[in-house]
Structures are given as C-alpha cells and as structure tokens.
Design a protein around this ligand. Structure first.
Ligand code: HEM
Length: 202
C-alpha cells in the first residue's frame, strides 16, 4: 500500500503540479504566449509525441523555468548517509547518523547556482542557452545520483503534450484577481486553492 501511494504521489501529483504552475506563470507573464503559439502552429503534422520537444523548445523552456520556481518535489531527505564523518568543501561536516535535506526549492533560488542578479522573474530564455543549464547535483528537481526520478523523461513529455493540447485548443484567462498564489507545504507542491481559470475555445 505504501509503495502504491508513493507511486501515485511521485508519478501523478508531481506532473499535475508542474502543469498548474506552468499555466499560472504563463497567465502572469502573457508576453511569452505568442512565441509558444507560433511554435505550436509550426509543428510538422507527422511529428510524434516523443519528438515534440524538438519543435516546442520555447514551451519546454517555460516548463523548465516553472520547475525552477515551483519544483513539484520541493525537498527530499537522506538518513544515515555514512558511518564516518564527511567533511564538506565549505567546512561543514556530515556526522554519522545525520539526516541530510536537499532542496530544489532552495537551489532554484540560489545565486550560487544561477549567478548573481539572475534570479528575478520568469525567464524561460535561460534554458535556451546550454551554458546556463545547471547539473542535477546543482539543481536536484528530479534528484541526482542513484535515487534520481525514474520517470523524469516521461514526466517532461507528459507535461509538454498536455500543455500543447490545452494551449492549442483553448484560450485561458485569469479566474482570480491576479494576486500571487502560494503553494501548500508538503511532500509535493500543490497550489493552495487550485488555479481558477476562464476557458474558451480558440
Ligand atoms: C514533474 C514531474 C516529476 C518530478 C519533479 C519528480 C521528481 C522526483 C524526485 C525529486 C524524486 C526523488 C525523491 C527522493 O527519493 O528523494 C523522484 C523519484 C521517483 N520518481 Fe519522479 N518526479 C516526477 C514525475 C514522475 C513520473 C511521471 C514518474 C513515473 C511515471 C516518476 C517516477 C519516480 C520514481 C519511480 C521515483 C523513485 C526512484 C527511486 O527511488 O529509485 N516521477 N521523482
């Protein structure tokens, strides 16, 4: 039962949160929508879903930028990582029996990862430039190393396919007053109260 619950949480809620926050950030930053819509119109008809990311680079970058700001798994823990003390580069020491917490929420907001003065706002462009992409250890949104997310490629495709379908068929506008929305604290990162939107057919 525990495993089933865990699989539902890691495999369903995470992708759903990624979609909710992507929609939220696009509605808050509508200047990015025309580029996405141009991309959607230019997808060659024979494209299959696995090739979609090659044709939707800007939408894919918007999803990555959303994951930076609102990581669906905001933090994780490791218990009893070592029987011996491990010195860290910054002078800290991990003692035997210590619990380690890693946080994609924190590293998504760290100037050590993204550079000074480079964190303000929603900036999908950073993902179009290979030099700016951090490693999984610097930004562990899917964790890093042996416990990395097994579904990460599937999750990215899933979110891309769903956003493509939604944005190409429907027009969305804010169904709330436009104020900042906040996540609930927990294992994953749902939006408090969900995202109220108005929807009409294109
Ligand atoms: C945007 C969506 C997703 C995000 C951000 C995400 C993130 C993560 C993270 C951070 C972990 C490591 C948790 C830990 O042990 O500390 C993880 C583990 C895992 N994820 Fe995902 N995940 C996503 C979607 C999915 C999907 C769609 C699937 C399956 C279809 C999946 C399958 C798994 C599995 C099986 C593990 C456990 C790996 C292991 O412990 O060996 N994930 N995920």
């Amino acid at each position: 039962m525990y495993l089933l619950t865990r699989l539902i949480v890691v495999g369903r809620d995470t992708s759903a949160h990624a979609m909710t926050w992507t929609m939220y950030l696009l509605l808050q930053n509508p200047s990015h929508l025309p580029t996405i819509l141009d991309e959607l119109q230019a997808i060659p008809p024979s494209t299959n879903n696995l090739e979609l990311s090659h044709h939707l680079r800007y939408l894919d970058a918007c999803i990555s930028e959303t994951l930076r700001i609102y990581p669906p798994v905001p933090y994780g823990t490791y218990d009893n990582v070592s029987h011996e003390a491990i010195p860290l580069p910054d002078g800290g020491i991990i003692q035997p029996g210590d619990r380690i917490i890693y946080s994609a929420w924190v590293s998504g907001r760290s100037p050590l990862v993204w550079g000074p003065g480079n964190l303000e706002g929603f900036r999908p462009e950073r993902w179009l430039n290979n030099k700016e992409k951090p490693s999984a250890y610097e930004w562990p949104v899917f964790n890093a190393g042996p416990r990395s997310c097994l579904g990460q490629q599937m999750a990215r495709n899933q979110v891309l396919i769903a956003m493509r379908e939604l944005l190409s068929r429907y027009e969305f506008s804010m169904g709330w007053d436009g104020s900042e929305r906040f996540p609930l604290r927990g294992l994953t990162l749902p939006m408090e109260g969900g995202l109220p939107v108005r929807v009409s057919r294109r």
